[in-house]
Design a protein around this ligand. Structure first.
Ligand code: ZN
Length: 483
């Protein structure tokens, strides 16, 4: 023990500075920009030095030879403790699943109860559900679920509360949260000056409502009709409309969970035309086919999520889009609904099946196995879509989403040689099925540090419930992408 030197200054441990010092040696560091062999010195919660042959005195040394060292993942899209259709998803006590999968920060959607402001809704979600329970650091998106009188005055003030993003729904007709075009336009105008990024769930709610009614009235009530009532065209139309409205408001827009080629192309083409239009896709839209919805014995209900799963040509379009940078983020859209109890609420009518699938644990594994290993995307691109870009959009960069001096020591040590199978038996998602059951996995998360604390070791969660902290996002996150 004693003195150690780093670019951040000299620290004398004999004076009672109680940081842990860890050296991750000999690994290959992968960032969104490149990869190189180097050591990482962590003091306390922070990366303080990166370099070759760093001084190993006073440090616990972890040998990462043959391993990749990645920044902890930032999951732009989770729904812990979300009320939906009379039931609620698994809560923050299941966030060890996130960190086991390499995700050290989640950006969760805070639902808005009727009549409550966005700010109060976020505070309530934190106090009642996340605080003291989350095993990962967390920030929040607001969601407009009730268009109150004060909404448009509140939007510019959201960044003061650390909420730089707000989602609106263009779907779910008959609920108080489906917005019309004027509401979306007004929200974009209100958001622009203060750097709030408006996010949209883009599907045509009117057409879906009609198609659902037509299916049900003709006795087409099985899970597979979920996809019939939500074809790619309803997503493509709403996405094109959303980016056109953003262009009219001259404001950035971020389209969540893009699932089909035509919607992706609407975002890409708008961006090329000068609109600040961005988007996210999800691992299930890149790996799980629409045929899953036809599985017998109501198993198809496991795969009911919105937008619906698509055919392989759309999967290929999603891989191409993240490879080319036409979509910038891959989020899980994790919804921990169980099959036996919750999905069965729609046993006789697919419109009553809670929408959403679990997946927070598998984002990195799926991107690596089905993207990097197959040559569809580079390791740098993986890091960008799973950590760096979402950190930027949510105003958390460079504290999160990168391996850099001064960043939080959120670090994944990844073993590319490991081979196994995804299964509910090794899931911490807390539900009775794994959406990727039986699928092959190449490589795995071996160790994870959350702000310097070892939280996964040898592929097992060793952290603490409640170790996660609330993070305030900074506004103007979308500006990073437009530079
Ligand atoms: Zn969602």
């Amino acid at each position: 023990m004693g003195e150690i030197t780093s670019p951040m200054g000299r620290f004398d441990q004999s004076k009672g500075e109680s940081y842990m010092s860890v050296l991750i040696a000999n690994g290959t560091i992968v960032t969104s920009l490149g990869e190189y062999g180097a050591d990482i010195l962590v003091e306390g919660e922070t990366i303080v030095a990166i370099g070759k042959g760093l001084d190993k005195r006073a440090a616990e040394v972890i040998d990462a030879s043959g391993k990749y060292v990645l920044p902890g993942g930032v999951d732009n899209h989770t729904h812990f403790a979300l009320p939906f259709g009379g039931t609620v998803t698994r809560g923050f006590e299941t966030t060890p699943a996130a960190i086991l999968g390499g995700t050290t920060t989640i950006v969760d959607y805070a639902p808005q109860p009727r009549g409550m402001s966005i700010t109060d809704s976020v505070a309530k979600h934190d106090e009642e559900r996340a605080s003291g329970k989350s095993a990962v650091d967390y920030a929040f998106h607001g969601i407009v679920m009730d268009v109150t009188d004060g909404l448009f005055e509140e939007i510019p003030k959201l960044p003061e509360r650390g909420i730089p993003t707000l989602k609106l729904f263009m779907a779910y007709k008959g609920t108080p949260y489906m917005v019309d075009d004027a509401t979306l336009f007004k929200a974009l105008q209100a958001a622009k000056k203060s750097g709030v990024t408006i996010m949209v769930h883009a599907e045509n709610g009117d057409v879906i409502d009609l198609l659902q009614k037509q299916c049900v009235s003709s006795g087409q009530v099985d899970p597979k009709y979920h996809a019939v009532s939500r074809p790619p065209a309803v997503e493509a139309e709403a996405t094109a409309r959303a980016v056109a409205i953003a262009a009219m408001a001259d404001a950035p827009i971020f389209v969540v969970h893009v699932s089909c080629r035509e919607a992706m192309e609407a975002i890409r083409d708008a961006y090329i035309d000068g609109v600040s239009a961005y988007g996210e896709t999800c691992p299930h839209y890149m790996t799980l086919g629409v045929d899953n919805l036809s599985k017998p014995n109501f198993e198809g209900a496991k795969y009911v999520c919105s937008p619906a799963l698509r055919s392989p040509e759309h999967h290929a379009a999603m891989w191409q889009a993240i490879g080319k940078g036409w979509l910038q983020v891959v989020g899980s859209d994790h919804c921990g609904f169980d099959w036996k109890e919750q999905k069965h609420m729609g046993k006789d009518n697919f419109t009553k099946i809670p929408n959403g699938a679990p997946g927070v644990q598998y984002r990195l594994a799926l991107l690596w196995t089905y993207g990097v290993e197959t040559g569809k995307i580079s390791r740098q691109k993986l890091v960008n879509v799973y950590a760096t870009a979402p950190a930027k959009f949510n105003g958390l960069y460079p504290r999160k989403g990168d391996i850099a001096v001064g960043s939080d020591a959120d670090i994944v040590i990844f073993d590319p040689q490991w081979e196994g199978t995804m299964s509910v038996n090794n899931s911490l998602e807390g539900v009775d099925f794994c959406a990727y059951e039986g699928m092959k996995q190449k490589g795995r998360v071996e160790k994870v540090f959350l702000r310097g604390n070892l939280s996964v070791d040898n592929g097992k969660f060793v952290g603490q419930a409640g170790q996660g902290r609330f993070l305030k996002g900074k506004p103007f996150g979308a500006a990073y992408q437009g530079l």
